[in-house]
Design a protein around this ligand. Sequence first.
Ligand code: RP5
Length: 177
Amino acid sequence: MAEQRMKPLVGIIMGSDSDLPVMKPAADILRDFEIEFELTVVSAHRTPLRMVDYAKSAKERGLKVIIAGAGGAAHLPGMVAAITPLPVIGVPVKSSNSIDGWDSILSILQMPNGVPVATVALNASKNAGILAAKMIALSDEQLSGKITAFMQTQEKAVQEKIKLLSDEGWPNSFDVK
Ligand code: RP5
């Protein structure tokens, strides 16, 4: 019998399959948090009607937030945000032939008033996944607990590095108890 899948809460879309290596960390962190997601290619320029259909149907299909990654002209996140009432998180992708990624950063960041896209750093799809998880956690206490645990794990890792530097003899008068 086919596995019964829950409805996805997060939609991860990208302009091309060549964006997948950059966008995969968003999927990985959502998996870690056990949040259902879907992932597909939607191109603003090469499949404009698919983009409109995706954005128009996203809310009624049960999605709560969309993560959209694109490189170059990178119109996908902004155009999806222009159509859907859902929050859209934009991931600027540094494509191989681009001008250091500035093209996609500015395309996604510089939205007109009234049409926000929450833009993360260049290639920072993991942060997009964490931000999406925090949005979903607003109405999910169990998930909120998992995110708090994740934050504590990060903090512990830094504490260990602080101790390591100190053990190596680097002077630091800040943490002396
Ligand atoms: C953008 O153009 C895509 O998001 C991708 O970052 C870039 C290159 O796409 P391909 O030519 O590799 O399909 O639309």
